[in-house]
Design a protein around this ligand. Sequence first.
Ligand code: HEC
Ligand code: HEC
Ligand code: HEC
Ligand code: HEC
Ligand code: HEC
Ligand code: HEC
Ligand code: HEC
Ligand code: HEC
Ligand code: HEC
Ligand code: HEC
Ligand code: HEC
Ligand code: HEC
Ligand code: HEC
Length: 454
Amino acid sequence: MKTELHRAPILCVCLIIGSIFYLVRDIYPQQKTDGRTVACITAACHASMGKDAYVHRPVTEGECTACHGELQGHSDNPKKHKFERAKNLDKICYLCHERFEAKKFIHVPVKEEECIACHNPHGSPYRFQLVAQGSALCFQCHEEGLLSGNYVHGPAAAGGCIACHDPHAADYAKNLKEDGPELCFACHSEMGAEFRSAKVIHKPVAENCLNCHNPHSGRKKFMLGDEAPTLCFKCHEEKKEWIMNAEVQHGALITGNSCLNCHNPHSSNIEKRLSMAPLDLCLSCHDKELKTPDGKLLTNMKKLLEENKDHHGPIRQKNCAGCHNPHGSHEFRLLKEKYPSSFYTPYRIENFELCFKCHEEEILQHPATTKLTDFRNGENNLHFKHINKPDKGRTCRACHETHASNHPKHIRDSVPFGKWEFPLNYVKTETGGSCSPGCHELRKYDRLNAADNK
Ligand code: HEC
Ligand code: HEC
Ligand code: HEC
Ligand code: HEC
Ligand code: HEC
Ligand code: HEC
Ligand code: HEC
Ligand code: HEC
Ligand code: HEC
Ligand code: HEC
Ligand code: HEC
Ligand code: HEC
Ligand code: HEC
């Protein structure tokens, strides 16, 4: 124990001398030249060499000649000495490092072997002896305008150019490390997972995110070139034309996020990439009284459907778009087909195209029937009687609700007539029914034993 304590100071001294020796050796590398040894780094010569935070290994090792070759002449007067090979760049780096040529796309300065455009051959304040950090390295040669859009992509703003680009060589064009959406999913991994499990994928998204996004910066939020609807119209020209020419415009297209009010731009599990189930989508806005451009307050559909339990077939199938075109229409109330907007209309079967997309038009065409419709008194077809008139035929709305009602066969509570509503007082029986609206006295119909209404 005691003897070891005595040895400690001696060990210390040895270590200090050793370190000094080592440091001196390192700072003053010895070079062999003309058969003699000279130091390249001295207090007077190349004093700053090797002092950077990141020093190239051959410099640390004092192998100046590996790149510069042997000193040529004038070795007694270093001021006149000459290096040869350092000018011959295509030889010096590949002397010790492997070529990048194995890949398909080689960055031009690498191809031209200008390694020192990016790497200082001796050392630098930055890792890998780079001559600059982050995007500054690239902006030596590339336009900074790349990042001049109002919205700059996170990794590009942070100087992470090489997160996407390989500075030397890559398998994909533009020196990209990955191809198509996979490049983006490398970081946006949650989106990648969602995308892979989605039922409906937007074709341009599957192809390439760059169809809409700029990878560096963009004029509009999310580095988009344009926002909806302009962005969408670039490819969906037929929709643009339709919307521009529609006589009845849908407010949904001009409020909020336009197309994105209803469609997810990327993918979804719902047909047509809707952002919600179709009915919920419509009711997400039509859960209040909305105002049309001409000032009419529209029915609160959500409330109407909650209060009226007998929903019309297509609504039970949750398909509002069975009758309405969400993108606009030539027909009133965005209807997909013709349907009169008035209480009376001269009878023409084409006026009711909407209903007869799904129902039998024969219910209006024969004055007498035993089977075409249940709305008959004996054989007297009451649909025909009310509607099939040359001048003042009634429209379906005289008796039916379109969306929902609390009466069988979607019969209305009351008849809309100008500003008035007359109660309909409809009563259904096994074989017929009765009503006593504002239009006439109580009338009955019975399919088996025709009622006498006189
Ligand atoms: C990996 C190769 C390499 C090694 C090792 C190397 N050099 Fe260089 N050196 C170069 C290249 C290449 C240039 C030319 C740089 C340029 O044109 O910008 C250069 C340039 C120089 C210059 C010119 C001035 C300057 O810095 O631009 C001096 C001086 C120099 N080297 C000294 C040394 C000394 C001393 C050592 C050893 C401690 C050394 N070099 C080791 C490659 C190397
Ligand atoms: C005499 C051999 C030699 C020459 C010539 C040489 N290097 Fe190196 N270089 C090395 C060694 C050894 C390392 C250290 C490797 C390690 O740590 O894995 C190194 C490291 C590097 C590194 C850092 C790598 C890392 O992982 O930290 C870069 C960048 C580099 N060299 C670039 C160059 C460039 C550019 C040239 C040409 C101007 C060049 N080298 C010429 C031997 C050389
Ligand atoms: C456009 C700039 C640029 C050019 C030109 C360039 N490099 Fe690099 N190099 C880089 C960057 C940036 C890194 C750091 C990569 C990283 O962080 O993954 C790097 C890393 C390296 C490394 C260490 C890591 C690795 O990938 O092995 C070596 C070695 C290297 N470069 C050698 C070279 C050689 C040799 C040349 C010339 C043939 C060259 N570089 C040309 C930018 C460049
Ligand atoms: C020494 C100059 C120089 C530096 C530094 C430089 N590049 Fe380049 N780069 C070029 C040249 C030259 C081209 C080919 C001409 C062109 O397409 O603009 C090029 C092309 C490219 C291309 C397009 C390839 C293609 O196929 O069109 C990308 C991407 C690129 N560089 C990225 C980078 C990144 C990222 C950095 C920084 C890590 C960088 N460059 C640094 C000179 C440089
Ligand atoms: C998120 C990935 C990503 C990042 C980060 C990124 N780039 Fe790009 N870069 C791309 C893609 C993808 C392309 C191909 C664009 C195309 O084909 O239209 C590209 C193209 C380029 C081009 C070729 C020019 C052109 O328009 O074709 C250059 C130069 C370039 N990038 C430089 C940079 C620089 C410099 C940075 C850092 C400031 C950077 N990139 C950051 C993904 C990225
Ligand atoms: C290296 C990782 C990385 C890669 C690769 C990458 N991103 Fe990003 N991206 C980010 C980061 C980090 C943000 C910033 C996130 C934030 O601000 O919340 C971002 C943000 C975005 C945003 C804006 C999101 C927002 O909420 O503001 C969009 C859009 C985007 N990226 C699209 C892309 C596309 C398209 C690609 C492929 C060309 C891509 N990204 C590749 C890392 C990446
Ligand atoms: C058809 C055009 C289009 C394509 C192609 C596209 N996007 Fe988008 N992206 C948009 C629009 C529009 C928005 C804005 C959404 C919003 O306002 O809610 C957006 C928003 C984003 C956002 C930010 C908001 C969010 O949802 O997190 C990210 C991240 C994003 N996109 C990534 C991608 C990636 C990754 C790809 C490729 C797989 C891609 N985009 C392809 C149109 C597109
Ligand atoms: C780069 C072109 C492009 C852009 C921009 C674009 N789309 Fe598409 N879109 C397509 C293509 C291609 C299809 C597939 C058409 C087909 O299969 O017939 C498609 C299909 C659709 C479909 C049908 C459902 C489906 O996925 O098949 C909807 C809905 C749609 N796009 C909405 C939009 C919206 C909303 C925008 C704006 C945010 C938009 N698109 C922007 C090209 C584009
Ligand atoms: C109010 C909701 C809503 C808005 C806003 C909306 N869409 Fe749609 N879109 C739908 C519905 C619902 C469908 C399915 C229609 C159907 O099944 O008949 C659809 C279908 C589509 C289709 C598939 C082809 C077709 O017509 O069936 C495309 C393309 C499309 N929309 C593009 C757009 C574009 C572009 C915009 C913005 C200008 C937009 N949509 C705005 C609800 C909407
Ligand atoms: C983003 C909100 C929003 C969504 C989602 C929405 N609408 Fe609308 N809708 C409106 C607004 C606002 C109006 C009133 C302005 C107007 O008349 O266009 C309106 C008006 C209407 C009108 C009357 C149009 C007129 O002027 O006569 C109908 C019919 C209609 N919507 C049906 C639907 C259907 C069906 C859906 C689902 C496919 C739907 N809406 C989804 C906002 C929305
Ligand atoms: C069977 C066809 C059909 C279906 C399905 C349908 N509608 Fe309608 N809708 C119409 C008709 C017809 C009108 C015009 C009613 C009238 O004025 O008599 C109308 C009118 C409207 C109006 C305007 C109401 C007002 O106060 O004038 C809105 C809003 C509306 N529908 C929304 C919806 C929503 C939301 C759905 C899905 C829940 C839906 N429609 C499903 C046929 C339909
Ligand atoms: C998109 C298809 C579709 C359109 C358009 C449509 N209907 Fe219907 N309608 C149905 C379905 C489905 C049923 C349910 C049939 C069943 O339950 O057997 C139904 C049921 C009815 C019923 C009740 C019949 C019964 O036996 O219970 C009446 C009344 C009715 N529709 C009237 C109309 C009127 C009036 C129109 C035009 C404004 C119209 N429908 C437009 C699909 C449609
Ligand atoms: C004058 C009132 C009235 C008018 C107008 C009217 N309906 Fe009806 N409709 C009824 C009654 C009442 C029933 C129920 C008959 C029964 O089941 O006893 C009915 C039943 C129906 C049914 C169920 C099948 C059937 O024929 O029994 C359909 C479908 C229907 N109507 C469609 C329409 C269409 C479409 C229009 C407009 C073109 C229309 N109705 C106009 C009163 C009317």
